[in-house]
Design a protein around this ligand. Sequence first.
Ligand code: ADP
Length: 378
Amino acid sequence: MIVLVLNSGSSSLKTALADTSGAGRIVGRASAERIGEPGADYSSHEDAFLAALDTLQCQADVRAVGHRFVHGGERFREAVVIDDAVEAEIRTLIPLAPLHMPHHLKGYAAARRLLPGRPNVAVFDTAFHATIPPEHHLYAIPPRYHDDHGIRRYGFHGTSHRYVTGRYAALRGGAPEEFRLITCHLGNGASVTAVDRGRSIDTSMGFTPLEGLVMGTRSGDLDPAVVLYLIRDCGMQPDAVDALLNRESGLAGVSGLSNDMRTLCQAADAGHAGARLAVAMFCYRARKYIGAYLAALNGADGVVFTGGIGENAAGIREGICGGLDALGIRLDPDANRAAAGTEALISRPDSPVEVRVIPTQEELVIARDTAQTTYGLR
Ligand code: ADP
């Protein structure tokens, strides 16, 4: 079955055409950037969508459209066909992800108009984490803040963590229910998840994607009193603190150089002090989370690296796993160095915990969920 997958952002529209038969594969892609900006090629998401349909020449073949939605709140625990009632429920979640959800809905509106009669399915980044139990997903504040305001840890990147979980099991010739895994999605945004026999039981991102690891431009974990101090004692406005922590921190902020890990690895090798510090902080934070999740899972069968950094940056994988041999994680240096952008086993044969690189395929998961949700097809 042919499914069109849409990832609609504030000024971008990424589309992928998937054939879900067999193991499934992506058969075409088209994307537009800077939508609506001065001098851009497209003035609206609908224009960009029309151009993508033209590029992909798929109008007649597409049987359903799958949409990436960052946030499913507590309501959406799995993919769902979007109708008016579902759309209204999705709208109530806009305050939880105001920078993403309205733009996802623009993609949905464009698909409804330009591909009439085709079912649209919402696939949520949070859904895989719906299994995280309350003692792991609640913050230790009075429950009314959860009950009245939805304040809890939701987790993100779920589609990616779910894909690599399934793929890891397939590579081991088993089912996800047989393994305890720590999955590391390391890209511009980054998160680590503890997967207990196929179910997410903890993840490093929280109420928003700001919590957890050091990221391209996000600070990750931080004492919340720092925020109060910046506002009360340093005279910063809340919006400025938001910009500081989400856009001016992380690898970019610490290094003073770049949010791009490839640039930082090169600069660190050349002796740039800021780049070295940023890389060291990135690796240390990831190592701490892996250690925490080894405790949460009472040991793990495997650690998986994915995302642009996880798939390609051997030095970072080494920096993260290098100090974990006492916990049963022993990298094979040659296999690690050789692994770039393809599936690879990178731990030594005697390593109690297997370490693998598995390139993520979020679009394929969205396409499969869409086929499954609409027609019960794979
Ligand atoms: P996004 O979260 O935007 O989807 P990606 O998953 O594509 O991001 O990851 C982007 C990150 O991956 C960037 O920091 C980039 O520098 C890094 N990256 C890609 N290839 C390499 C490499 N060979 N070495 C180090 N970092 C790399």
